[in-house]
Design a protein around this ligand. Structure first.
Ligand code: TRP
Length: 332
């Protein structure tokens, strides 16, 4: 069985964008691979070092969200990055194999720095050593478990390429030791936000979270962007300019055709259409909510899942560390 590894920064709850973009695939993949799922708390601290409470809280929030999406701890090793010190150790060893210039050119790092002007300053003078180096740490995340496939979104490809370069360099200097991972790109596309933005994102304030309650969901959907040319209830409209229709397509597939033709004919008012979407969304979230409730009421279950997954991860990382130290001639 091949080994899959992926990670998530625990900085917030999962929203529909995460779900349709990535989580839905993890649920499918979990039966066919040995699956390591890292809750990347150390990586989250690289840009949230000033908010440790947020990171700690979200370690549990994101684990509960993932479990409630249908990831089964029997199939998936959930583990906490900071509990596997070999990852930090590997990061130090790999840091010799990558130049500062290469990290500065990494497109993912560059775009994140641009987005975080308030944290790093316009001139980049406040960029920390840790943040610049997080792709090295991510290479350690993957290689510590000899991950062969890494399911990631397109935005993460430069990080995977960086990992592959480090692996090649390591193996060419110290001998064949590490496994070069491949990206496992999903065909899922990015989910748009409630405001019609191409991306649903926390910082954009346009997301529906899986943990949102009925009232929050109603409010958000009532405020979603519709075809601006539709003024009156029975004006015909273009569903492709409407976010309500867009989400109907995701969570109310059976009724989509009907909704589309009624909307085009002017036989469907936006308020009614939004109400139907609210009901469909509640139905869609039903299983998630049921599962999530169990974990909310029994936090010790979540702790146990993390502990067991972390134990498996630790064993695997220890094996890799033995090989790495031997290859580097530091196995005293
Ligand atoms: N960088 C990823 C993100 O921000 C999270 C991550 C951490 C990850 N470690 C990883 C992804 C290892 C894939 C493999 O979403």
């Amino acid at each position: 069985m091949k080994t899959i590894l992926t990670g998530l920064r625990p900085t917030g709850n999962l929203h529909l964008g995460h779900y349709f973009g990535a989580t839905i695939n993890y649920v499918k993949l979990q039966n066919d691979y040995e699956f390591f799922l890292e809750i990347a708390d150390v990586q989250a601290l690289t840009d949230n070092f000033n908010d440790p409470d947020k990171v700690r809280r979200n370690v549990f929030e994101i684990t509960k969200d993932l479990l409630a999406c249908g990831l089964d701890p029997k199939n998936v090793h959930f583990f906490i990055q900071s509990k596997v010190p070999e990852i930090a150790e590997l990061t130090v060893f790999y840091s010799n194999l990558v130049t500062v210039a290469r990290l500065q050119r990494n497109p993912t790092v560059k775009s994140e720095i641009a987005q975080k002007k308030e944290l790093f300053g316009n001139d980049g003078e406040s960029i920390t050593y840790g943040f610049l180096g997080y792709p090295v740490s991510q290479a350690a995340d993957i290689t510590a478990f000899k991950g062969e496939l890494v399911p990631v979104g397109e935005d993460q490809l430069p990080l995977l390429e960086q990992c592959r370069e480090i692996v090649r360099k390591f193996n060419s200097i110290y001998g064949d030791t590490l496994v070069e991972p491949d990206a496992y790109l999903s065909e899922n596309k990015r989910i748009k936000g409630l405001d019609g933005n191409d991306k649903m994102g926390k910082s954009l304030g346009n997301a529906i979270y899986l943990v949102d309650d009925d009232e929050t969901i109603s409010k958000k959907i009532m405020g979603a962007v519709t075809d601006p040319n539709k003024i009156k209830k029975d004006d015909p409209a273009d569903p492709d300019k409407c976010m309500v229709y867009y989400y109907h397509k995701l969570v109310n597939k059976d009724n989509t055709e009907n909704i589309c033709s009624e909307c085009k004919k002017g036989a469907r008012g936006c308020v009614q259409c939004k109400k139907e979407l609210i009901s469909a969304m509640q139905e869609f979230l039903k299983d998630f909510r049921e599962r999530r409730k169990v974990y909310d009421e029994n936090p010790e279950l979540v702790e146990k899942i993390l502990e067991e997954g972390t134990n498996v991860a630790k064993e695997r990382a220890k094996d890799t560390m033995k090989d790495v130290k031997h290859a580097m001639k530091i196995d005293y």
